[in-house]
Design a binder for this molecule. Structure first.
Ligand code: PAF
Length: 271
């Protein structure tokens, strides 16, 4: 921690921070690439944050491979890799935490109680430790990005938050460390999530503005895949994450779907 602060203090120019939980993929590398384009130096944090996992969630089996991540980041041109331990981050236990506010209530917040409090707290801690000029997050976790923007705005944190596009496999599956939970049959089934989003977007492009019709279109596509079990499908306001009745402006199509042992989340913005 002291090393990181000393490194930061020695940087005259701008610093971009990419916070991650490791087991990196091309989506993370795209965040590092964007951070390199925007800043003089790039720092990456790698920390599987226990406070954002529920008691029945996958903390103990979350995939980890520090050596592979280190090699990947060296190649990607990362200047500082920060890998704190749980003891470094929470020396006195979880302690004080950040109330993530209203945007954290619906969708993921409803299904994963405490998740966004954990995310908001660890991200604020990382921002306070590294004190970057900019911090980079993927649009794939759209509500997480909304929560982080809300705490930065609400608590006057002096950092620019940069949202970056979702990186996908050629068949549409959004890259995620949790895709490693998919066995070969599940992997073949998983692109149904993106197909469902695309089907709803196609309807919207044809002029459909009733949110229920878009939700129904997504559910219809998901129902064609026996391995997919829907947690939720949503058509929401992209700033508040509250469900819409009629689309009068931009909207966020999103869903969480279980495929085998993986819970896949994905989204598309209509604007
Ligand atoms: O998106 C993630 O990997 C994590 O939620 C984050 C932002 C690194 C906080 O632990």
């Amino acid at each position: 921690m002291a090393d990181v602060r000393a490194w930061r203090a020695a940087q005259a120019g701008s610093v971009g921070l990419v916070p991650t939980m490791g087991y990196l993929h091309a989506g993370h590398v795209s965040l590092v690439d964007q951070a390199r384009r925007d800043n003089d130096r790039v720092a990456v944090s790698l920390f599987v944050n226990p406070t954002q996992f529920g008691p029945a969630e996958d903390l103990s089996r979350y995939p980890r491979d520090l050596e592979r991540d280190r090699t990947l980041l060296e190649r990607a041109g990362c200047d500082l890799l920060f890998v704190p331990t749980v003891e470094d981050m929470y020396p006195h236990g979880p302690g004080a935490s950040v109330d993530p506010g209203d945007v954290a209530q619906p969708l993921e917040g409803e299904r994963r109680p405490g998740h966004f409090r954990g995310v908001a707290t660890v991200v604020l801690k990382l921002l306070n430790i590294v004190q970057p000029t900019r911090a980079y997050f993927g649009q794939k976790d759209a509500q997480q990005l909304g929560v982080i923007r809300a705490i930065v705005r609400g608590l006057d944190v002096p950092v620019e938050i940069v949202g970056c596009p979702t990186v996908r496999e050629p068949d549409g599956l959004a890259l995620s460390s949790r895709n490693s939970y998919l066995d070969p049959d599940d992997r073949r089934a998983a692109p149904v999530v993106h197909r469902a989003l695309v089907a709803a977007r196609a309807l919207w492009e044809q002029g459909e503005r009733r949110a229920d019709a878009l939700r129904e279109a997504m559910r219809r596509v998901l129902a064609e895949e026996p391995r997919a079990r829907v947690d939720y499908v949503s058509v929401a306001d992209p700033l508040t994450f509250r469900e819409l009745d009629v689309l009068a402006g931009p909207a966020l199509l999103s869903m969480a779907v279980f495929v085998g042992r993986a819970r896949l989340i994905d989204n598309l913005v209509l604007s």
